[in-house]
Design a protein around this ligand. Structure first.
Ligand SMILES: N[C@@H](CCC(=O)N[C@@H](CS)C(=O)NCC(=O)O)C(=O)O
Length: 331
């Protein structure tokens, strides 16, 4: 089992993401940075610079600090997310993140957001670095989805920078709901608890699919907001099978119940219309109107959610492609 000493910060989250993606059990140990726990005598023994994240692999008593080194260690240990044929391509982007992107964006946030007006020189300089970084990333990622051919530790090392996850509505909901499960885990340690994070369920019994299908029949179906936001969907049959499977197998851990092939909202609606002999009406319903109607819950349909079906690698989806799922529900 791996102990992860961490905190919910960009560098800390990189490692939680990697461990979740690997689907391995790990033991998270919170180092509260506000309470300066990083400077405790005990933590100093495993973190010479008093920074999180750090892992201790209890299988071989190996300690590793520095997020890049930890990603590399885990990729090698589990032989995942580091394609040997693209080793150097992946490694150079990981180093670029560690040596340039992380530190420079960190400084930019300090001068531009947290302490504006303190030093014009520092603000101009770090803004220039930030613009340079984003132009490089735009160039690399405008034509391909990942830094290398496939999802790798390079993508994981960038995963969280610039995204303010804790303030999002969805994240707050997840934290609150799952903290209840954690409470039960403490009370009933002999019981295996699974946390199933369910994506957008496509079903004829209700929800977005049923509403969209009915609206499309009235020729009233329009994308919400920009329309290119990702929707991580799953067919109701797959949800039911996975629920039963996790009860029967006494599974433990966190599972993302989403199909392996997310689609943009516009594509999703177009397909719903297509299979119901209708069409999507443009222009899109503007973001401000959706927010005015649904309040903070509008984030569920307006924000981009491209979720990976972690830990379901051995599950063969009944409906993994959007066309098959919608065709099935449309008849
Ligand atoms: N280069 C290190 C940076 C680690 C780092 O800066 N960690 C921050 C949180 S994101 C930290 O522990 N800050 C506490 C402090 O500086 O006292 C890595 O990639 O792991």
């Amino acid at each position: 089992m791996i102990d992860l000493y961490s905190s919910p910060t960009p560098n800390g989250r990189k490692i939680s993401i990697m461990l979740e993606e690997l689907g391995v059990d790990f033991n998270p140990i919170l180092i509260n940075l506000d309470k300066k726990e990083q400077f405790s005598e005990e933590f100093s023994k495993i973190s010479p610079a008093n920074k999180i994240p750090v892992i201790v692999d209890n299988d071989n008593n190996q300690t590793v600090f520095e997020s890049g080194a930890i990603l590399l260690y885990l990729a090698k240990k589990y032989d995942k997310f580091l394609n040997k044929d693209k080793y150097w391509e992946i490694i150079q982007w990981v180093f670029f993140q560690m040596a340039y992107v992380g530190p420079m964006l960190g400084q930019a946030h300090q001068y531009l957001f947290y302490h504006p007006g303190k030093s014009k020189f520092a603000e101009d300089k770090t803004k220039g670095y930030a613009q340079h970084i984003y132009s490089i990333l735009d160039k690399r990622l405008s034509k391909q989805e990942y830094f290398s051919d496939n999802y790798s530790i390079a993508d994981i090392s960038f995963e969280d920078h610039g995204v303010n996850i804790p303030s999002s509505f969805i994240n707050q909901v997840v934290i609150k709901w799952e903290s209840v499960v954690r409470d039960y885990e403490n009370i009933l340690p002999e019981v295996s608890f699974s946390i199933l994070r369910v994506g957008l369920v496509l079903s004829n019994s209700g929800g977005l699919f049923k509403i969209s299908k009915n609206l499309s029949k009235l020729f009233l179906l329009s994308p919400l907001g920009i329309g290119n936001q990702w929707q991580s969907w799953i067919h109701i049959d797959d949800v039911s099978i996975i629920f039963l499977r996790s009860i029967e197998n006494d599974e433990k851990g966190i599972f993302n119940l989403v199909s392996p092939n997310p689609v943009t909202q516009e594509d999703l609606l177009k397909k719903i219309a297509l299979f119901n002999n209708s069409k999507v009406i443009f222009p899109n319903i503007p973001t401000f109107l959706v927010k005015a109607i649904f309040g903070e819950m509008s984030e569920l349909v307006l924000s981009s959610q491209k979720v990976r079906s972690n830990r379901l690698n051995d599950y063969v989806f009944k409906f993994s492609e959007i066309d098959e799922a919608i065709r099935d529900l449309s008849n």
